[in-house]
Design a protein around this ligand. Structure first.
Ligand code: ZN
Length: 681
């Protein structure tokens, strides 16, 4: 539950010196609602040979998990990807025909979504090519190109029963909008498992799964494992059982490959602590034991010395309607030592922030443990962090580990810088901001204020507060992720305006925070709606959290006119009349959200989110979409990775690792499918 996704394409123009080359071409591809970018890895060449090898081995381990995520996101995803890629690469006809273009678009979307559902909206992609075209091209494929095992009846002419059955299935999967329509459904009151297509459960109802885990949980356990984190839950002979992802279990071949590269990484680890936790991670992958995973998480959180670091595993549970199973992901990175000064100032004062927070003292942490924060340079993005990627991460997720052993909070600065560069000149602020005053405010301060918001959100927000004894950490169920993100945002918003930040020398002006306040409310109430299709409500947790915070402040501040929605020539603008009072509203809401979390008050949490965070005013929505369309900005962005190539000497030793950036989107995806597909036949 701990990642920050960029709020919108709304990042101010940066005047700060970029550590990156300025004539770098960031734009890679543009399709549907997506813009694909590339990022630089400044500082890689300055790493030692040993560190470069470590990064390289870890990037290989990262890429080996791609198929796992595809399969977790939907049971037919790997089949769809494989078949469409075969058609795409073998196609002999007119590659400019409408059908072929439609297939290409759909395939690009499937790659981006790691499956047939939108990575953010969760809805199934709508194909822009005909079913007849699909059937014709499918039938032309040789049997060896299909993801099926040959059977006795197979002939060279392709009259295989299995091939025909697979085709029928894929027709339904791709072309029938009513068949498994949604990846993760969070609609209040429905069976969230039966109505979600995600492949984390099969043949079980929500109630059966909840009963299954409730029977397993001991309310007096102060160090509970992360139940269900690495399992699919199915029914076998009428009984609900877990199927763990591990060597010899589900996804075995992919996990074996991940372990192979981790074993190489062990040999070049920077510190003994790092060597030990990589070995522990290997043990986890081999046993599937969540106790081992907790041991690993503790060792990982406590190693703050190594410069090279990584995430690799089943981490975030946004892809699970019940918020339990982790989607596979990996990010390899190294610390940006110069930029880490900012975050170390914040984490160094963590206790001060905790002690002065506006929440009930009973819900505060008496002693904030080891919140370490750093600015990092991402070297590879994989699994659930690719191509769409977070800009900030705080792990581990386990509440008791965070309390007892601390957590690591990171800001991905080279990713943020890439966003900044492309937002330059998009015209968004000019279209949506109330007046030149707000535009100037954002121009002047927003780059830093945005980074700081991420730092505070990750490093202090998520790490703050505590549950009352005996409160189930999963008590808020489907609303847990939204409320947790809201809590971290509110903590960050509240402190952005604190004189402490000027005192620490982080902000040089007492007005700097206003840029983020303005952007946050404008985004929450207006601009983020461009990511929602007409007629739809808000589903995604981060969007819900931004909406409920902004809407709540608008409503509660009405009598004091703290925030107004002003109409001018048929266009709606956010006008903030009193920034100090807005800070007061953030404080009040933070106290309430913290209470909800600390007490596990499901009903209050549900009401808050459903009242303020879900529904969209259709008229306003239409207006925002129209204004956006005039700007031609892609609502979502993602990245291709750089390519790492080892250089060998005559006796086969690695003497260097070279990084290049030239690969385009389609080539990278096809290469990954070719070279990193342990689960695809
Ligand atoms: Zn977060």
């Amino acid at each position: 539950m701990r990642k920050t996704i960029i709020a919108a394409a709304l990042v101010a123009l940066s005047s700060t010196a970029m550590a990156q080359s300025s004539n770098f071409d960031y734009n890679v591809d543009r399709f549907a609602d997506i813009q694909v970018l590339r990022y630089q890895v400044p500082g890689f060449d300055e790493l030692s040979l040993n560190q470069k090898k470590l990064v390289y081995y870890l990037t290989e381990a990262a890429l080996q998990g791609r198929d796992i995520l595809f399969d977790q996101n939907g049971k037919y995803n790997l089949y769809v990807r494989k078949v469409l890629e075969e058609i795409y690469t073998r196609y002999q006809g007119d590659r400019n025909s409408q059908d072929f273009k439609g297939l290409e678009l759909y395939l690009k979307q499937v790659w981006f979504g790691n499956g047939i559902y939108h990575h953010y909206g969760m809805d199934k992609f709508v194909p822009q090519f005909s079913i007849n075209f699909f059937v014709d091209e499918y039938n032309k494929l040789p049997l060896t190109a299909l993801p099926i095992n040959s059977c006795d009846r197979c002939t060279e002419e392709g009259k295989c029963d299995k091939a025909a059955r697979l085709r029928k299935t894929l027709e339904k999967v791709i072309f029938d909008p009513t068949f498994m329509p949604k990846k993760v459904n969070q609609a209040d009151g429905e069976d969230l498992i039966l109505t979600s297509a995600t492949n984390l459960y099969e043949g079980v109802t929500q109630k059966e799964v909840e009963d299954f885990y409730n029977a397993m949980k001991n309310p007096n356990d102060t160090t509970p494992i992360s139940y269900g984190l690495n399992c699919k839950v199915v029914k076998e002979n009428g009984k609900v059982v877990e199927k763990p992802y591990k060597v010899g279990g589900l996804y075995s071949q992919a996990i074996v490959n991940i372990v192979y590269w981790l074993q190489k990484a062990v040999k070049v680890a920077e510190t003994s602590a790092q060597r030990d936790y990589i070995n522990k991670l290997i043990e986890f992958y081999e046993t599937g034991s969540l106790l081992t995973f907790d041991e690993y998480s503790i060792m990982w959180a406590e190693d703050t010395k190594s410069q090279v670091d990584f995430i690799n595993g089943f981490i975030e549970s946004y892809g699970d309607p019940l918020g339990m199973t982790g989607s596979w992901e990996s990010i390899v990175n190294f610390r940006n030592n110069a930029a880490s000064h900012r975050t170390s100032l914040i984490s160094g004062n963590a206790q001060w922030f905790e002690d002065h927070s506006p929440v009930d003292p009973r819900f505060r942490k008496e002693k904030v443990t080891g919140v370490s924060a750093k600015v990092i340079t991402a070297a590879i993005l994989a699994g659930d962090s690719y191509p769409s990627t977070p800009i900030g991460i705080n792990l581990p997720n386990s509440n008791w580990i965070r309390a007892a052993h601390g957590s690591k909070s990171v800001t991905l600065e080279n990713i943020t810088d890439a966003y900044d560069e492309v937002a330059n000149g998009s015209g968004l602020n000019e279209e949506f901001a109330y007046s030149q005053t707000e535009i100037d405010l954002m121009k002047k301060y927003l780059t830093l204020a945005d980074k700081l918001h991420t730092d505070l959100h990750e490093c202090l927000g998520h790490a703050s507060g505590q549950l009352l004894p005996g409160v189930d950490p999963d008590a808020l169920k489907a609303y847990g992720a939204t409320l947790e993100e809201g809590r971290a945002d509110l903590f960050a918003l509240y402190y952005l305006a604190d004189p402490k930040l000027v005192e620490l020398g982080i902000f040089d002006s007492p007005d700097a925070y206003k840029s983020e306040y303005y952007k946050y409310i404008m985004n929450g109430l207006l601009t983020q709606l461009y990511r929602i299709e007409p007629g739809k409500n808000i589903e995604e947790s981060h969007m819900r959290n931004r909406k409920f915070i902004s809407e709540w402040c608008l409503q509660k501040g009405k009598k004091d006119k703290v925030i107004e929605l002003v109409k001018r020539k048929g266009k709606t603008y956010v006008k903030i009349n009193n920034y100090e009072k807005l800070r007061g509203l953030f404080a009040e809401l933070l106290a309430e959200v913290q209470r909800i979390k600390s007490e596990g008050d499901f009903e209050a949490g549900r009401k808050l989110v459903e009242t303020y965070g879900v529904k969209v005013d259709p008229k306003l929505h239409k207006e925002v979409l129209a204004r956006y369309n005039s700007l031609d900005i892609a609502p979502y962005k993602g990245f291709v990775n750089p390519v790492y190539k080892p250089v060998y000497d005559a006796s086969g030793n690695i003497t260097d690792i070279k990084v290049t950036y030239g690969e385009n989107y389609v080539d990278q995806m096809l290469r990954y499918s070719r070279d990193y597909s342990p689960l695809t036949k």
